[in-house]
Design a protein around this ligand. Structure first.
Ligand SMILES: CSC[C@@H](O)[C@@H](O)C(=O)COP(=O)(O)O
Length: 368
């Protein structure tokens, strides 16, 4: 998508082909700063510290991280170490493990002398594939938005609520939940997005609001607890969120608070859609609540808030009493029964084993 009018991806190979470029997302929305990653440790740190985040982008960056590692040492031992280091950066998004497994599959049979070039090529391909997938799922999601707009009698605005950031900043480009929204906006649908702020890291108010604004999509930031009230008063036509891991039975892990939005949507008859690229499906899991690992992050993300002062300076302040401990659960699981449908690159399906099988028949033997 465009930043200040210039087409930009969320991760790229630098023009000198010696480093990986990223947008430092910890600096948004107050500064647009890019960074060069030149080593395995820099790539791993970027994922851990959430300079890059969002399930597909974590996977893409990790794939490039393998290339960076092999540039220094392309031996079997170095490959094994790189996969292990990157695999431990964040626990919930399964795209990370999917991308690393793909790199392992391609690189292990090769002699060390051929691995560096192959790693760079496969990482670039994974990025291009992510863009194509997100564009395709956006087209399928657009059909749902068009149907909702017709159902509404083409009156007023099409009101969509989203949680966290599942836009292009969370992927290589286009985004997942926001991909249909960008396409709808570009097609002339009067879409308006309610943007949950998404405490504690504020991916909604800081990232989603920023990228929607860059593209000119009308939006309003709301506190996390507002969604239920809006739904009770008919001000939300549908919800679309992303996911970090979806089980073979259609349970979805996403940013903390997603489950409560799904409950409110169910209670108010508001469709609740989840958009996902197929690498986000963990075919080995069935029960999301019991089986998906939920990341717990440092309590300082809750106790401290960063923002821009009137002086223009960006500062971090403490908002909780000294001595009050905080618990920082980063994700929750929304059971399939609360999900109206899954939007994938192959089409829209019920959030169920049968639904996913209908789109991915090659996965007929679930659990494999
Ligand atoms: C395409 S993104 C889907 C999810 O990755 C997104 O909604 C999300 O929860 C991101 O969490 P984050 O902790 O910012 O990496």
């Amino acid at each position: 998508m465009k930043v200040h009018g210039k087409p930009t991806r969320a991760v790229w190979l630098e023009p000198d082909a010696r480093a990986v470029g990223i947008i430092d997302q910890t600096r948004l929305p107050h500064a647009f700063v890019t960074a060069r990653l030149e080593t395995l440790d820099e790539a791993a740190h970027a994922i851990r510290a959430m300079r890059v985040r969002g399930a597909p982008l974590i996977g893409a960056t990790a794939a490039y991280g393998v290339w960076l590692a092999l540039r220094a040492d392309a031996s079997d031992a170095a490959l094994t170490r790189a996969l292990a280091v990157l695999g431990e950066t964040r626990p919930t998004a399964v795209n990370l493990h999917w991308a690393l497994e793909e790199m392992r599959r391609v690189l292990t049979p090769l002699p060390p002398a051929e691995r560096v070039e192959a790693a760079k090529r496969r990482a670039a391909e994974l990025c291009d594939e992510d863009v194509a997938i997100n564009r395709a799922l956006g087209e399928h999601g657009l059909r749902l938005l068009e149907a909702a707009w017709e159902k509404k009698g083409r009156k007023g605005r099409l009101e969509v609520l989203t949680h966290c950031n599942a836009g292009w900043l969370a992927t290589v480009d286009f985004g997942t939940a926001l991909s249909p929204i960008y396409l709808a906006h570009d097609a002339g649908l009067p879409v308006h997005v309610w943007v949950d702020e998404t405490r504690p890291r504020n991916q909604g108010s800081q990232l989603t609001a920023w990228e929607l604004g860059q593209h000119g999509v009308p939006h309003t930031v709301i506190a996390d607890n507002v969604g239920g009230h809006l739904m009770q008063h008919g001000q939300v036509d549908l919800c679309i969120v992303g996911t970090d891991r979806t089980t073979a039975h259609g349970d979805v892990a996403n940013k903390i608070g997603t489950y409560l939005k799904a409950l409110a949507a169910k209670d108010n008859g508001v469709p609740f859609y989840v958009a996902l690229p197929s690498p986000t499906i963990d075919w080995s899991l069935r029960d999301g609540v019991r089986e998906i690992p939920i990341e717990q992050r440092d309590g300082s993300e809750l106790s401290d808030v960063t923002g821009r002062l009137a002086s223009g300076e960006v500062a971090t302040v403490r908002v909780t009493p000294e001595g009050s401990p905080s618990a920082n659960y980063a994700f929750d699981v929304t059971p399939a029964r609360l999900v109206t449908a899954l939007i994938t690159e192959r089409g829209v399906c019920p959030a169920s084993e049968a639904g996913l099988r209908s789109l991915f028949p090659e996965r007929a033997r679930m659990g494999s």
